[in-house]
Write a protein that binds this ligand. Structure first.
Ligand code: OSB
Ligand code: MG
Length: 368
């Protein structure tokens, strides 16, 4: 397979409602799409870097530059056996995983299309549907939060994750447990706590949460090891797991009991699969995280979630929770049982809507 050209597009997409974490509030996404031409096939990818470096060091702007000036020259017109070889070609660049993943995932889509296979199948996945959960941002009031949870449960979602921050967590969780004692409930702190806050996190244990996601420093495995020793509730790591090596260390040191895998954060499918396999061998369940993706990134998350060790509901939910008009055909929808049907067509299995993509594009560069 030879990669002939890549087109980068930056899209501005306004969320249906602002999304707030302990770290930032997002109203409009600046999303980079990658369109690769490999032999005859076209593959699509999405860069999940944020507008600001508040989740990871990457941003939309750094990803654009790194893709254009460093990553593209490393794969340009190279004859490669398969998409699985791309990670190795990009390895000389340190970090910039979201930029790498945006190119690598598009090449996987192209390879799957060339072979006429659904991307999940090419990856080694076999699920026909995946379990869907939601991530609910921080709200102004407890009533608003409870209303949001009620709405998502009636739509069928299998588990509820809420964003928390210091001082808000106990009232939030207490309120939800009063109204929804039996649901699968978890919290995501996006690194808002310090080790000294552990007694507060200990108090959350009375509410039998499924897990607490990334409570401490974004790159601090050691602190999570110490915290996990004090808590019975499983810690799930997100931000900390940005490489296979970090995943191995987290598992062997006992920094967590669950891992959230995001394609962008780990640099694409090659590493995501290796982390998935490593977790499976060590009896650690994984689930697929989300990054407020457009339909393209969402379609990739669905393909990744078909792998066997994705045994917990992920943050991959319906298009309409994010966008008035998504950029794929059909939209991603969720069944009344809280599942997403995995498409059976080649590649990501959803068709990019070029008319909408063109309208939302604010910059475009064709790399040859
Ligand atoms: O920590 O999982 C996170 C969104 C942006 C950045 C980080 C995170 C999130 C989410 C939203 O939780 C997941 C989604 O619905 O896409
Ligand atoms: Mg998270």
């Amino acid at each position: 397979m030879r990669i002939r050209e890549v087109t980068l597009r930056e899209l501005r997409m306004k969320l249906v409602a602002p999304f707030e974490t302990s770290a930032e509030r997002t109203e409009e996404r600046r999303i980079i799409l990658t369109e690769v031409v490999a032999d005859g096939a076209i593959g699509w990818g999405e860069c999940v870097a944020g507008e600001k470096p508040f989740y990871s060091p990457e941003t939309t702007d750094t990803a654009w530059i790194v893709m254009r000036d460093f990553l593209w020259p490393m794969i340009r017109r190279k004859e490669i056996g398969a998409a699985a070889d791309v990670w190795g070609l990009l390895e000389q660049v340190r970090g910039h995983n979201m930029a790498k993943a945006a190119l690598e995932a598009a090449i996987w889509d192209a390879e799957a299309k060339q072979k006429g296979a659904p991307l999940g199948k090419l990856l080694g996945g076999s699920r026909e549907e995946i379990s869907s959960g939601v991530s609910i941002g921080i709200k102004d009031s407890l009533d608003e939060l409870a209303a949001a949870v009620r709405k998502e449960l009636s739509a069928g979602y299998q588990r509820i994750k809420i964003k928390v921050k210091p001082g808000k967590e106990l009232p939030q969780v207490k309120r939800l447990r009063e109204e929804f004692p039996g649901i699968k409930l978890m919290v995501d702190a996006n690194s808002a706590y310090r080790m000294e806050d552990w007694p507060l996190l200990k108090q959350l244990e009375g509410f039998y949460l499924m897990m607490i996601e990334q409570p401490l420093g974004w790159d601090d495995l050691y602190a999570h090891v110490e915290l996990q020793k004090k808590l019975d509730t499983p810690i799930c790591l997100d931000e900390c797991i940005h490489s296979e090596q970090q995943a191995r260390a987290a598992i062997l040191l006992g920094a967590c009991k669950i891992i959230n895998i995001k394609l962008g954060r780990v640099g694409g499918y090659y590493v995501a699969k290796r982390i998935h396999d490593l977790c499976e061998q060590n009896g650690m369940p994984v689930w697929c995280g989300g990054m407020l993706e457009s339909g393209i990134g969402r379609a990739h998350n669905i393909a990744l979630s078909t792998l066997p060790n994705f045994t917990l509901p992920g943050d991959v939910s319906a298009s309409r929770r994010y966008w008035d008009q998504d950029i794929i055909e059909p939209d991603v929808t969720v069944s009344a049982q809280g599942t997403i049907h995995v498409p059976t067509g080649p590649g990501i299995g959803f068709e990019p809507r070029r008319d909408r993509i063109e309208k939302l594009t604010v910059r475009k560069e064709r790399l040859v």
